[in-house]
Design a protein around this ligand. Structure first.
Ligand code: DC
Length: 218
C-alpha cells in the first residue's frame, strides 16, 4: 500500500503523514527532510547552493536515513543526527532553490523510490503523487490558508526556540510556494485524482479521521 501526500509548506502534511503511518503501521518517509538534509550539508560545507553540479555531487555522496520510535522520527545524515538543524530558518530559506535543480530531483526521486520499494508507506512532499509514487493507492493534497499556515509555522519554530515575525514567515512561505509550484520539474500541483483536503478550519484529529475514512472505505 502506498499513500502519497502532497501540498504546500505548513499545511500540516508531516504531522498528518506521521500520525497516519503510526495508525496504519506503515513506514513514514518525509521527503522534505531529505531535501533539507542536503541543504544543511551544503551550508555546513560552504558549497555554493546555486551550483547545480556541486549540489548533485553532494547528493551522491550523502547518506540520509530515518530512525523511528513511536512518537518521533530522527533524521540521520552520514551518521550525524540533524533532526533539529534541518528545520532552521537558514535551511528553510535555501531549500527550495536546491530542490528546483532537475538533476538533484532525479537522484532524490530514485532514493525515495528505493526506500519505499518493499514496504507499505506514507510519503509526503510536493511531487509524490505525480513523480515518486505515480501508482499510489491514495493521493492526498493537503492545503490551508496562508495566514493559518504561517501561524502554525510560528508555533512550530517557537517550540524549537526561534522567535520570528508573522510577516517574515508568511513571506518565506509565499516565496517557497512560488518556487515549488513554478519549477519545470517536480512542481507541486493538484492532480486529476488528488483527494484535496483544506485543513484551515480543521484540527489534526479531524483531518486524520477524514483520511482514515477514505483509506478504509467508510
Ligand atoms: O515539506 P518541507 O517544507 O519540509 O520541504 C522543504 C522543501 O523541500 C520545500 O520547500 C520543497 C522541497 N521539496 C520538494 O521539492 N519535493 C519534495 N518531494 C519535498 C520537498
Amino acid at each position: 500500500m502506498k499513500i502519497a501526500i502532497d501540498g504546500p509548506a505548513g499545511a500540516g502534511k508531516s504531522t498528518l503523514a506521521r500520525r497516519l503511518a503510526q495508525k496504519l503501521g506503515y513506514i513514514y518517509i518525509d521527503t522534505g527532510a531529505m531535501y533539507r538534509a542536503v541543504t544543511w550539508k551544503a551550508l555546513q560545507k560552504n558549497i555554493d547552493f546555486t551550483d547545480e553540479k556541486a549540489i548533485c555531487k553532494l547528493v551522491e555522496e550523502t547518506k540520509i536515513h530515518f530512525e523511528y520510535n513511536s512518537q518521533t522520527q530522527k533524521v540521520i545524515c552520514d551518521k550525524q543526527e540533524i533532526t533539529k538543524q534541518i528545520r532552521s530558518p537558514e535551511v528553510s530559506a535555501v531549500v527550495s532553490q536546491i530542490a528546483a535543480f532537475p538533476s538533484v530531483r532525479e537522484k532524490m526521486v530514485q532514493q525515495q523510490q528505493e526506500l519505499s520499494k518493499d514496504s507499505d508507506v506514507v510519503m509526503d512532499g510536493r511531487d509524490i503523487g505525480e513523480v515518486v509514487l505515480p501508482d499510489a493507492d491514495f493521493k492526498f493534497y493537503i492545503t490551508a490558508d496562508i495566514d493559518e499556515r504561517a501561524r502554525r509555522r510560528i508555533d512550530e519554530l517557537k517550540n524549537e526556540g526561534y522567535d520570528i515575525s508573522f510577516n517574515t514567515i508568511k513571506n518565506d512561505l509565499k516565496d517557497r510556494d512560488l518556487k515549488d509550484t513554478q519549477r519545470p520539474v517536480g512542481a507541486l500541483k493538484i492532480l486529476d485524482n488528488s483527494l484535496v483536503i483544506d485543513t484551515t478550519d480543521l484540527t489534526i484529529e479531524e483531518v486524520l479521521a477524514k483520511m482514515l475514512a477514505i483509506i478504509q472505505g467508510e
